[in-house]
Write a protein that binds this ligand. Sequence first.
Ligand code: LLP
Length: 421
Amino acid sequence: MDHFLYRDGALHAEDVAIAEIAASVGTPFYVYSTATLTRHYKLFEEALSPLPHLICFAMKSCGNLSVVKTLGALGAGVDVVSVGEYLKAKAAGVPGERIVFSGVGKTRDEMRIALEGGIRQFNVESEPELFALSEVASSMGLTAPITIRVNPDVDAKTHEKIATGKKENKFGIPISRAREVYAEAARLKGIDVVGIDVHIGSQLVDLVPFEEAYLKVAELTRQLRADGHDIRRLDLGGGLGIPYERSNAAPPLPLDYGAVIKRTVGDLGCELEIEPGRLISGNAGLLVSKVIYVKSGEERDFLILDAAMNDLIRPSMYGAHHDIVPVVEPAPATLPQPYDIVGPVCETGDTFAKQRALPPMRAGDLVAFRSAGAYGAVMASEYNMRPLVPEVMVHGDQFAVIRARPTYDEMINRDSMAPWL
Ligand code: LLP
């Protein structure tokens, strides 16, 4: 459930009309609902209670300072994958002891900054990374708390570009080698092994792969404890999928996912962490855009929007579906008609949807892409010298610009002239 509903024929974000934001901010823009972010976070809280746990929001899905602060203030931790995200999480007021650091390519500089600023744990993905972290931490006279990310070789049954738990993927160490690598880690200076980490992929709409992976983690926990390791924390990753198409069957809910966690790893006496991104932020955001032209082609009609692939890359990158709805609610008897919905970028791949049914549209009409809060703004670029799309946050009847659209001067002045020119 989200808080983007039609009221008196007009799409609203909570109590604010989308058209009002468009008039004030211009289009395109992203808009996030505080109530929806909060609701989704709380669903995970309920799903894991009463087990000891920390929900670490994967800020790669939606990293705006205000979004991270909203969740942090509710008690969320944060999963970061770069020192940039780490610093931003801290700037949003999240303390180091609630930040976990994931990713296959952490550099020594990144490790140093996180150790200096305080970190809950590093999720270590390889032996070379383990050795580097040991060197960095011991040279600073510190001890780095770590989990080791294991690759359970489970098929997450999701898009191949976002599946991470198969043995051919670059992530984690093979679970078959885990005992050896944990033994190695226990011998290293500057390393405190606190637990195990696993993450098998994103947009999972089936709980079976989670169950398989978590059963393997439970078995490994028992083995590692028998080997003498004090395994006291399990990081179970993120990945729970969201309903992108309202017409399809709904994917499992956080409560169902929590039940899988409880029956697979709930009796181990471990503190649990999860790293959901998309389920918290995805349906908490819209991308709002304006129709520039309606163009009648020979075979089909095109809606040419002022948003493009650089603002929301998911359709062209993953063939992803986003529901696209008019901001003015169509009258009940309106006959929909098919449109190819495209952006202004000079690539055929700049297509959001083909033959999508919408009420008859005119230039100047507003449309909203649903489920755009995750992997939307964070993956945007300024391709074609298009200003980075701004972000707006709604809270009840208030709204605020939480990232302004850059001006063309700002964009041009970010470049500098080579001295010989
Ligand atoms: N933890 C780790 C280690 C991850 O790699 C990811 C996502 C998450 C947590 C959060 O997963 P979520 O709960 O959001 O599914 N750009 C792609 C998605 C990439 C996901 C990468 N890793 C998309 O637009 O679908």
